[in-house]
Design a protein around this ligand. Sequence first.
Ligand code: FAD
Ligand code: DLZ
Ligand code: SF4
Length: 524
Amino acid sequence: MAETSTRNNEGRATLRLVLGDQLSDGLSALRDLDPGRDVVLMAEVRAEATYVGHHKQKIALIFAAMRSFALRLEGRGVTIRYVRIGDPGNTHSIVGEVERALADQPFGAVVMTECGEWRLAEALSAFAASSAVSTEIREDDRFICTHDRFRRWASGKSQLRMEFFYREMRKATGILLDDGQPVGGTWNYDAENRKGLTRGVRPPKRLRTPPDAVAVGAIADVGRLFPEHFGTTGAFGWPTTAEQAERVLADFLSQVLPRFGDWQDAMAMGEPWMWHGLISTSINLGLLDPLDACRRAEVEYRSGRAPLNAVEGFIRQILGWREFVRGIYWLKVPEYRQRNFLDADRALPWFFWSGETDMACVADVVATTRDNAYAHHIQRLMVTGNLAMLLGVHPDAVDDWYLSVYADAYEWVEMPNTRGMATFADGGIVGSKPYAASGAYIDRMSDYCGSCRYDVKAKTGEKACPFNRLYWGFLERNRPRLRDNVRLAMPYRTLDNFGPERRAALLEEAEAARTMLGAVIRPG
Ligand code: FAD
Ligand code: DLZ
Ligand code: SF4
């Protein structure tokens, strides 16, 4: 898979760019590929590997999956111009590599699939506008909802809510519909999916994917070239080919999906996977097709192997949330990247990186994040996200962390989840209210508090759970921004009933907790 150049037999060849998260056989940029003539360009570049300090596993995953995809295409007789991270001459930017390919050989056209992130999409559009070679940017039709369709749905609405978008998508795809009506008579079974873990029940053993030879090479390259990046690679277990990803999905659907709903929001110490799918890395890379995953989950329900609350819940995450956040991102970017509705201004405490904290819940989430480049949804939302919001960490710092540390993170999906769902920095575009919660929520949904140095029942003082100390002060501090939110009417009424003196004391308590936790910013 050395760098190669093609010979142009009949007319000029087309250069087809495939990015690191575009590893799908049916990619639009590859659709009319002429294997005897065209060249597929894939490039490992520092600009992509370092625009945030990605977790080592994330870079290794992407490089390994890119290398395997290139081998797959080569096996089908396609000519690949594959630029490795260590290749001499690598310009270390995607546009630089397209330009270098054009300088090395005459091409008649450049074809690419639209890029998932605004940052790189802008650079590629600028290239297309200025290049002497005709450049076509095709729609990414691996998503279920097109940009056009999302814009039409959003148009004229004062509020964009996932639930209503999701119903549209159910109708558009026919998934979980009987005669145009939702199966079981209800669109959403979330109310059945909020159980804390039953005592004595443990999650099933999961199918992980030990690194194959290609992944072993990528892990070694990353260890050598990005030693300072966050995270470890010893537990690497992510699929890097479509076949490996298929095995993980099949295992999930047959062994795990039936209980997915029951404990979707539960957390347990030292249990990173629970009953989750472990498929986001593969879907986002293009190794799995999201619509296929939804349809196959529906088959599990229709054939009586999985209950409706589990199957509907799983499908909603993909057909609903995943498509919704992608739609929101492209509707609102670039302005969305600047949003800071709560005027949050604090730095991210250092323990988000080091895990060195007495907060048992946070320490466990940071540990799985470091070891697996993964934490499940409720850990991301209600532990680290909730804490960052209650502390008032600047959304740029929060985004930077989430985009860096998770193997499935790309800005189009990370940012609406972080700036929108988790921290309310978007002011209510993704969610109707902040997901702020005290320690009682974490205690209800996990076994963390039993082994924590802090007391989840205590509200004030140094031994009290920091989530408790921060919660009321967060509401009081943000009163001018949040008091008109109808969904917060109840907590604000409670605060009002406390009276001015107690409110001032709660604010002081929260400030003391912010100082205590925020004091640990960065060693040295
Ligand atoms: P499961 O729980 O098994 O869900 C199945 C699939 O549904 C996932 O694989 C994913 O494709 C999709 N999905 C579920 N929830 C969401 C959601 N909220 N948004 C988009 N897709 C969803 N997901 C990412 O793919 N990349 C990110 O960078 C990312 N950042 C997040 C940041 C925060 C603050 C939060 C709260 C959530 C974030 N998510 C992100 C969503 C979700 O946490 C992950 O998709 C999920 O944890 C992936 O693990 P899984 O495959 O086991 O998911
Ligand atoms: C995330 C990433 C990384 C770490 N490295 C590369 C790379 O070297 N080459 C590449 O083509 N893509 C990489 N990616 C994925 C891109 O950042 C991704 O395609 C865009 O952000 C759009 O989602
Ligand atoms: Fe987390 Fe508070 Fe429970 Fe400790 S007591 S685990 S900090 S919620």
